[in-house]
Design a protein around this ligand. Structure first.
Ligand code: NAD
Ligand code: UDP
Length: 311
């Protein structure tokens, strides 16, 4: 098969390129590099099955050659990025998803949308099952991302129903691993960079808010299984092991032998910061036979190694 991976030079997109090539497919990575980095795919650039196209998917996508699958991952994804780039974030999941779906339709290609746990907003149901419709603010700083992804899901379902496109929707929960940008502002790169510099970790608020962290290899396996399974309903892919941000900070300090401890900060990003987040993965277990395999300490160890080299 020949796959188009939008956002292919980003953190997750570049791992997807690796997986698709390892499966014996050809890959076109399309990326505007707005938050991505060509270094993430530098090791692939001499591979004859791989091609990079620098392009903004909010503009018409002109694509030559065969096409069997579109994996739409292009969007700023870190709260720091999307607060800085609110209009680009809205456009990536609205115009960008429309262009990517239109291309899939024109070529009869399968289409997979990278959606997010943020479609649940600051959830009132715990853990979050796919049937939960969410508790989402339209006006706050996170609204640009959450609502653009909700629109992208609605558009994907409409193309499926109206045009019969073979679609998939993956709702990704907090994912970390090598190739995250050091300065992307998300909690994993922030804490690891701070700990490797011997600085205190900046816990926002009182640190009682929870997240459930998944290692990137587990996500890629889940996405790949979903791609190969004719399931048009959204599927949560995440690690149900939930913890407070305070506990997470303590684990990072322990793994990096950082004696500097923790400081509490009030960050403007706290506006609308979801207080809890944990995936219900019963659908992924049943439909894909998938569940995460990589433990937190194991995943963090390889991520810390990666950041040590980058720094
Ligand atoms: P990332 O910022 O590393 O990757 C996003 C990529 O998309 C970047 O390379 C960026 O340059 C590219 N991009 C953005 N807008 C574009 C545009 N208009 N045209 C072309 N390229 C564009 O972030 P990531 O964590 O790898 O996220 C990838 C996808 O997964 C995103 O759609 C994100 O919403 C989704 N997601 C990620 C997580 C996570 O925890 N990492 C969680 C939920 C959903
Ligand atoms: N966070 C923190 N310190 C940081 C960065 C983030 O305490 O330096 C918190 C943030 O307030 C949120 C959680 O960590 O509660 C996860 O934030 P992230 O930006 O990684 O992603 P989110 O899950 O909010 O999209």
């Amino acid at each position: 098969m020949r796959l188009l991976i939008t956002g292919g030079a980003g953190f997750i997109g570049s791992h997807l390129c690796d997986r698709a090539l390892a499966e014996g497919h050809d890959v076109v990575a399309m990326d505007s590099l707005i938050t991505g980095n060509r270094a993430n795919i530098a090791h692939l650039e001499n591979n004859p099955g791989f091609r990079f196209i620098k392009h903004d998917v909010t503009r018409y996508i002109d694509f030559e050659g065969p096409l069997d699958v579109v994996l739409h991952f292009a969007s700023p994804a870190s709260p720091v990025d999307y607060v800085k780039l609110p209009i680009q974030t809205l456009k990536a999941s609205s115009l960008g998803t429309h262009n990517a779906l239109g291309l899939a339709r024109a070529r009869g290609a399968r289409f997979l949308l990278a959606s997010t746990s943020e479609v649940y907003g600051d959830p009132k149901v715990h853990p979050q099952h796919e049937s939960y419709v969410g508790h989402v603010d339209t006006l706050g700083p996170r609204g640009v991302y959450d609502n653009a992804k909700r629109y992208a899901e609605a558009l994907t379902m409409a193309f499926h129903r109206v045009h019969g496109i073979d679609t998939r929707i993956v709702r990704i929960f907090n994912t970390y691993g090598p190739r995250m940008r050091l300065e992307d502002g998300r909690v994993v790169p922030n804490f690891i960079a701070q700990s490797l510099r011997g600085e205190p970790l900046t816990v926002y608020g009182d640190g009682s808010q929870t997240r459930s962290f998944q290692y990137v290899n587990d996500l890629i396996e889940g996405v790949w299984r979903l791609l190969e399974t004719p399931c048009h309903e959204p599927v949560n892919i995440g690690n149900p092991r939930e913890m407070t941000i305070m506990n997470f900070a303590m684990v990072v300090n322990e793994l990096t032998n950082n004696p500097a401890g923790i400081i509490f900060q009030t960050d403007s990003r706290m506006t609308g910061d979801p207080q809890t987040r944990q995936p219900d993965i019963s659908r992924a277990r049943k439909v894909l036979g998938w569940e995460p395999q990589v433990g937190l300490r194991e995943g963090l160890a390889s991520t810390i190694d990666f950041f040590r080299n980058v720094m």
